[in-house]
Write a protein that binds this ligand. Structure first.
Ligand SMILES: Cc1cc2nc3c(=O)[nH]c(=O)nc-3n(C[C@H](O)[C@H](O)[C@H](O)COP(=O)(O)O)c2cc1C
Length: 142
């Protein structure tokens, strides 16, 4: 696998951070927060975040604006939420900025107040590992 990959995430309550760690361990690259700019050529960016009040965080929106479509070839979303699947929110925001977003994405439940208690749980993390393996054998194949 000679493709360049990167991980960036934003996590208010720790769930996306947990998911980012699985990807970081699987691909053996550091998972950085969106406080770290991404300006180097990247074949595949794993971008993680959730939705808050039915929208992406303002921090995520601002980060997306910093991404250069000439430098970032493709983006895979990993996300969680208590009810709404945020994938489409990401697609809209990324496409507005002319960025490619893969149709493959990872979504699992995320706890909020009394909803989805303990999610992302161990099973969710196992599913994410399987997803990473699938991406490795498809989009990341030379
Ligand atoms: C302030 C706040 C607002 C939220 N609003 C929504 C929402 O509108 N829809 C939804 O499905 N989940 C909502 N959630 C749940 C989060 O999307 C979910 O807990 C997610 O896993 C959080 O990821 P994080 O821990 O990485 O921040 C909200 C959570 C918080 C803390």
């Amino acid at each position: 696998m000679n493709k360049t990959i990167a991980i960036r995430y934003y996590s208010k309550t720790g769930h996306t951070k947990k998911l980012a760690k699985v990807l970081s361990d699987y691909f053996n690259i550091e998972a950085l927060t969106i406080n770290e700019p991404l300006t180097t050529p990247t074949d595949l960016l794993f971008l993680g975040g959730a939705c808050y009040g039915a929208t992406l965080s303002k921090e995520m929106m601002a980060f997306i604006k910093t991404l250069n479509p000439q430098v970032i070839n493709n983006i895979i979303i990993f996300t969680s939420a208590c009810k709404l699947n945020p994938y489409q929110l990401f697609v809209e925001e990324l496409q507005k900025n002319n960025l490619n977003v893969a149709k493959e994405y990872f979504y699992c439940k995320g706890s909020f107040l009394i909803m989805n208690i303990n999610h992302p749980n161990q099973d969710d993390l196992v599913e994410l590992k399987k997803f990473a393996s699938k991406i490795s054998n498809t989009l990341l194949k030379d």
